[in-house]
Design a protein around this ligand. Structure first.
Ligand SMILES: [Ca+2]
Ligand SMILES: [Ca+2]
Ligand SMILES: [Ca+2]
Ligand SMILES: [Ca+2]
Length: 407
């Protein structure tokens, strides 16, 4: 690459000499500048200020060869994130910098030249690991009726990455791409059981720009089929849209949501055609004081699904038992505080393998480790207890950062 660049400079100079007698003016190449880097390329220079000799690439380079440890300034004019590694072969442990796309003229300069490989990725996570988080679950002794999109009795998690892709993680540490893009246009995603009446779990999503509600039917393999409109509009007036399981007792999954303007909690019963029926009031007000609703499954031992809700002002976690009259009963405290340190709740049933639904969470900046907050991106898992609550949390994996939601 260095040779090619030098050749092209020599050629330009040669033309000038042969042509017009302006050779004196052109004999020394103009000072390099960040603007010399063409759109679509990552460019590096031997000088600290986008000067000296320029090198460019539009593909990942595992070994910079003669440019190894030569780049003192660079600009990223691709549309990808450029992982700039200290070591060859995209080895992250020696250190790396995830460089977002730059605008023309920008550059980053350093006195020392330590860059040894460069990789282009869609999300920052991929500089050091997979785009999806590593999720592990045990086989449940019984079918939970939710949380399992591929029917193997292992609870699955769906992760949305920062590039708007959707990943299916079946519980063995692997991930499969099930949505190639555009999912960041959805500002609510929820799944819990079968809405389309084929026995397979489905995903429900609200489109931010239209307020429409879409059903993405599960195919039974963890993938999603062609979507179907189940709410023609107005869903942006609702908060905390939560697939919930069958509260009405007709063996069809139902949806709940809080009306932003009133704080009322509404139940939207699933219908025989895979749509939603006329809504029914199940909470007369005050539900705006809750900043998370979790369809945890049936944890009270009857046949109805139950709800966890987090109180914003206290960080308490409450259990609202589903009742035989398709309502919610008197609440019970199951978490006395600290739950506001959770960015996400993942209620995918029994992942510990004892038959009882469990709760997984991903932490936010408030999460405290060893007395200090500022620990986002931890997966903390809570095994379900037979009293409807959960055991104390286990800090499971610190690599759940840099995602755009888990479901
Ligand atoms: Ca599964
Ligand atoms: Ca279905
Ligand atoms: Ca129902
Ligand atoms: Ca369990």
């Amino acid at each position: 690459m260095q040779n090619r660049f030098n050749r092209s400079v020599a050629t330009l100079v040669g033309i000038a000499i042969a042509g017009t007698g302006l050779a004196a003016a052109n004999a020394a190449p103009a000072a390099a500048s960040s603007y010399d880097c063409p759109a679509g390329y990552f460019c590096g220079w031997t000088g600290e200020s986008a000067n000296g000799t320029m090198w460019k690439t539009n593909k990942s380079v595992a070994d910079l060869g003669s440019w190894d440890n030569k780049i003192r300034s660079y600009v990223n004019r691709t549309k990808s994130i450029a992982c700039v590694y200290e070591d060859k072969n995209y080895e992250p442990w020696g250190g790396y910098w995830p460089q977002e796309p730059n605008t023309p003229g920008e550059y980053s300069g350093y006195p020392t030249a330590t860059t040894s490989s460069i990789k282009f990725v869609r999300t920052e996570r991929e500089c050091s690991q997979t785009a999806y988080p590593r999720w592990y679950s045990e086989i449940s002794p019984k079918v939970q009726g939710f949380g399992d999109m591929n029917g193997d009795r292992k609870a699955d998690v769906i992760a949305r990455d920062e590039a708007g892709r959707l990943w299916f993680t079946p519980g063995n540490g692997t991930g499969k791409l099930i949505g190639t893009g555009g999912w960041n246009g959805m500002n609510a995603l929820t799944r819990h059981g079968d809405f389309s009446r084929d026995g397979r779990e489905d995903l429900i999503a609200r489109e931010a720009s239209t307020g429409k509600l879409w059903l993405y039917p599960g195919t039974g393999t963890g993938s999603l089929g062609a979507r179907k409109l189940i709410g023609t509009g107005g869903w942006n007036a609702m908060n905390k849209i939560t697939a919930f399981g069958d509260l009405t007792g007709d063996s069809r999954s139902d949806l709940i949501a809080v009306e932003k303007a009133t704080g009322k909690l509404w139940l939207y019963p699933g219908t025989s055609t895979g749509g939603l029926g006329a809504r029914k009031l199940i909470g007369t007000g005050g539900w705006n004081s809750m900043n998370a609703l979790v369809g945890i499954g049936n944890v009270t031992g009857d046949s109805r699904p139950d709800l966890y809700a987090r109180e914003a002002s206290t960080g308490k976690l409450w259990l609202y038992p589903g009742t035989s009259t398709a309502r919610l009963g008197a609440r019970k405290l199951i978490g006395s505080g600290g739950w506001n340190a959770m960015a996400n709740f993942i209620a995918v049933g029994d992942f510990s393998g004892d038959g009882r639904p469990d709760l997984a969470t991903v932490t936010n900046e408030k999460y405290v480790i060893d007395g200090y907050p500022g620990n986002p991106g931890w997966l903390v898992t809570y095994r379900g207890r037979d009293t409807g609550g959960v055991q104390s949390g286990e800090r499971t994996d610190g690599e759940w950062w840099g995602l755009n939601g888990v479901f």
